[in-house]
Design a protein around this ligand. Structure first.
Ligand code: PMP
Length: 406
């Protein structure tokens, strides 16, 4: 039990509701021979190390000491402008530097949204199941949650959307389910949220990981098309990142939204860290100007396609009897659900760790911790034969679980 009592150890109230699953599987994964299918990690052997080394040298030669200073809270100005141009190009809209806040990964953007918008008891309408990092980021704000429905026939009532501080959505290859939200559902949600007057947060780290067909416009692009020319002033708050297209260790993320909101988020950021690293911003600028992603992304996609297909085959063969799930068309994850709800994946998780494999149990993606029959498996980090070994271990854990249950 965390908290309570007197003296030391009287932690803030929100900490009691937090979980240590992420720390747990990261620690387990460092044991030799352990197979982690848990983390949302890229294939590390593909990180463009030489390109980052060259970009670092160029950044220092170009900016000198300015790349080693504290910087503006909103981020390195030249990178801010470059991201504004990137978003203008991608959406057909008009975005300037004032529409952009650079963040320490997209994760910090989520944290800042909570800080700037949410008081204890406030409502967030979130895609369900919900990205664990978002739940973690907002836990200290102690919000209430309602489920976002993408289905226009079972839409969230207007008064619920109006009451929400924001609506949180991951339309492209959601974490944890890998689901790609169809275009008509995106348009319908956008229309409802615009009507409600709330913010609509589009968290989009997996945009670049399109393994099959092109995904079509996102929420920000759809809103730009509705609004027409002129600097963007709509309700969509877009979160982007270089974590999937270059490397997560750069910790380069961005929030794009109407300038007043960006100013509030910058205030919240000032309270968190004064400023991000100007050095990594200067390096990221070099990487973008050299179009490193153009060379790098095709290699990532062909590796991930092969791994996804290999994982699909082994999951079907080894776990198909007990679990069902779709083959994702992008992103990093398979999402499996126990057939007939017959397996408690929280219990299975501990058994799997003893077999030398980790997955992420569904309960951590539920704000109320009640979703107990699903699991998230990553297909991007490990080579196919390592993933296959991990899935075989998981099948052993399931057999052990079921023999004990019956
Ligand atoms: N949002 C979602 C949905 C994610 O899956 C992740 C992590 N992969 C993030 C945000 C955070 O990404 P980062 O901080 O590395 O940019």
């Amino acid at each position: 039990m965390i908290g309570g009592g007197t003296g030391r150890g009287r932690w803030a109230e929100w900490i009691a509701g937090s979980n240590d699953v992420t720390g747990h599987f990261l620690k387990a994964a460092s044991q030799p021979g352990f197979v982690s299918l848990a983390g949302g990690l890229p294939a590390a052997e593909l990180y463009p190390v030489d390109a980052v080394a060259a970009a670092s040298a160029r950044a220092l030669a170009r900016w000198g000491g300015a790349a080693l200073e504290y910087g503006p809270c909103e981020g390195f100005p030249a990178l801010r402008s470059a991201i504004a141009e990137r978003i203008s190009r991608a959406t057909g809209g008009t975005f300037h530097a004032e529409h952009v806040l650079l963040t320490t990964g997209a994760m910090q953007g989520l944290d800042l949204l909570g800080k700037a918008l949410v008081d204890p008891g406030d409502l967030i309408v979130a895609q369900f199941p919900t990205y664990l990092g978002a739940l973690d980021a907002w836990r200290p704000r102690m919000p209430r949650y309602e489920r976002l429905s993408w289905d226009p026939d079972r839409a969230n009532p207007d008064e619920q959307l109006r009451a929400a501080k924001f609506v949180y959505a991951v339309p492209n290859f959601s974490n944890p389910t890998g689901v790609l939200v169809p275009q008509h559902q995106r348009a319908a949600l956008l229309e409802r949220v615009v009507r409600s007057g709330s913010w609509l947060v589009e968290d989009d780290p997996y945009l670049v990981l399109q393994l099959d067909d092109p995904v079509g416009p996102g929420l920000l692009e759809l809103d730009v098309a509705e609004r027409g020319a002129g600097p963007y002033d709509g309700p969509v708050v877009y979160c982007g990142t270089l974590s999937k297209s270059i490397a997560p260790g750069l910790r380069i993320g961005w929030m794009v939204g109407e300038p007043e909101l960006i100013r509030m988020l910058a205030l919240a950021k000032q309270c968190s860290d004064l400023s991000s690293s100007m050095f990594t911003h200067a390096v990221a600028l070099e990487l973008l100007e050299a179009r490193v992603e153009d060379a790098h992304i095709p290699a990532i996609l062909s590796c991930y396609r092969e791994r996804r297909d290999a994982m699909h085959d082994v999951l079907t063969a080894e776990l198909g009897k007990w679990f069902s799930g779709e083959r994702p068309s992008g992103g990093m994850f398979f999402w499996l659900e126990a057939r007939r709800g017959a397996i408690d994946t929280d219990a299975l998780y501990h058994r799997a760790l003893r077999e030398g494999v980790a997955f992420v149990p569904s309960s951590v993606f539920d704000p109320h911790g009640e979703l107990r029959t699903g699991m998230r498996l990553n297909f991007t980090r490990n080579e196919p034969d390592v993933m296959a070994e991990g899935v075989r271990r998981l099948a052993r854990a399931v057999r052990g679980y079921l023999s004990e249950e019956t």
